[in-house]
Design a protein around this ligand. Sequence first.
Ligand code: ADP
Ligand code: MG
Length: 678
Amino acid sequence: MKLQDSITTLKGIGPKKAEAFARLGIETLEDLVYTFPRLYEDRRNVVPIAELREGENAVFTGTVDVIKPGGYSRRGGRVLKMLISDDTGSVEVVFFNAYYLSKTIHMGDRLTFFGKPQDNRGRLQVAHPEFSRESDVQTGILSIYPLTKGISQREMRKLQQTIRPLYAEAESILSSETEKRNNLCDIGYAIENVHFPADGTKLREAKYRLVFDEFMVLQTGLQTAKADGGSFAEGARFDNPGAEQEYIDSLPYSLTGAQERCVREIAADLESGRRMNRLVQGDVGSGKTAVAEIAMFKAAKCGYQSVMMAPTEILAHQHFEGFKAGLAKHGISVGFLSGSMKAAEKRDVLSSLADGSIHVLVGTHAVIQPEVEFSRLGLVITDEQHRFGVNQRILLKEKGENPNILVMTATPIPRTLAVVIYGDMDVSVIDEMPPGRLPVYTRCADDGRDRMKVYDFAERQIWQGKQVYVVTPLIDESEAMDARSAQEVYEELSKRFDRVALIHGAMKQNEKDEIMAQFSEGLIDILVATVVIEVGINVPNATVMIIENAERFGLAQLHQLRGRVGRGSSQSYCFLVQGSDSELAKKRGEIMEKSNDGFYIAEEDMKIRGPGEIFGTRQHGLPDMKLADMVRHIDVLNTARDEAKAVLADDPGLVRPENIKLKNRVKKLFGDDFSLNL
Ligand code: ADP
Ligand code: MG
């Protein structure tokens, strides 16, 4: 048995099984060694069913009282429901798309489950628990592995037992110096104890080592990806101190103190000749766009092009219109680029970019396509950056020679995390709202009589010439969720109101643009929308935001949505129509009623959901980590960052023998399309 052997050399793994394993990315025994448990089942402490708590992982044992099909799930799979009881009570267990289990599980079976009970209309339900027959139940700390159809937990544990002798052969990717400096346990010991933890302390040591390894690879990758720039690189220099003032003076309002400070910081960066790498954080409505415009104006006055990338077409288009209105009168030409444009239009834009006749480009991620070439790109701006991957940002940066970088976000990101996601950026905070803004009056409403009153209220606002957004979580009706759909709400409102329109993500771009333009011009009173309007949309005359099934949105998302109103000087209102009266829904509603402060709301959101759920890897496009969690393991992350820095300072290309393994691992993690200086 060797690490490089194919898993098909193991007894019981034929071509069919091998296929299932391939889905998990497992082909060799080594892959299996590095398939770590997601969780551990503490079988030393089984919970009576009556003591199961919503949201808390638990092990429980019981008898299958009822087992029956429960209709079809939304994706068409058959649902299997079971009622599991012990002496203290019973709980419902459901499996979606796993009807095949009904062949192996029967009434009267005694099973042990591990899962997280959730509230389902007032009753506890455990969906997709890990489970096993009681006869197999092992004591102690049991590993729970990621699985796929065709591989059982039991099988995975048995295989790990089989290859256990190989653990000791795993080679460290870190030099012994790094291991020593950071007090890391031996890699073989770590792997042994992460699969078969002898006790809690050994498990912690083991995880620390493995998490450290992962962060080390991540950090080495990020630091080498940035190595062409970093904070000390030379950047496009805008040698025109004070040129931005002309533009500032032409704005219809005067900047807030926070905006002024932010502009000063940006201008200083741009004039310095050192590449700017700056993050602007500001709550929704704080006026980030104006700051970006000022920077682009300054770039143009110095003969440089700018590009701004926005996360949705609607938003990109809105910026385009806004920039044209602001910049064109200063002789600055603005172009727009999106994936859905006609080929001929696109060609025109591309050639004007290449010959420099477009000074400012706004677009979706179409702007990072390879065919987009600039003549002299000096400033790269991304709006609502958390929606873009790190990789996309790097691609954009590569379109110019050391362009200055400005990232704008309304998401308050903890400083430590910002460093990981964005690199060593300077941060400007816009912590002040434009004058005259009234906090949005926010109230929760129930689905019944309150809802009527909410729409009566909206009608009175319309009589006063104001406009209304209604946001729903889904496009069309679905049997699986009883959320109110956009289509349904639209039809209902059309009976009562005249000028109602519907907008959602599945519509064609020109249709969406048309409707947004009409709404902007006040030709539509009520805009029924899905979350397509979540980010950035700016129609100051809209004063009412009604969110249907508010319980289905995250707090940060609710705050973003609410930020679509309260953009002018009139009092604005936000109504959260709650489709659930659970404690959690109530609590979230209270937070929204109480505060208009995005930073406070994000903090509360983190308390409720846990930081990992909010800043999960998937949301910022970094490579996937196996064990490491950037929020929970932030201390390890920081240590690994320093270590990566030290190793790279010593051996920038990682060419020394003791660093080769690290280098290979970095390349493997980041893949080919991530350009690394390695
Ligand atoms: P966000 O930070 O959410 O991107 P925007 O840049 O869209 O905010 O600005 C929100 C609104 O506030 C816009 O209508 C903009 O014109 C207006 N605005 C921006 N700065 C000021 C200011 N200093 N005084 C008054 N209104 C402002
Ligand atoms: Mg914005």
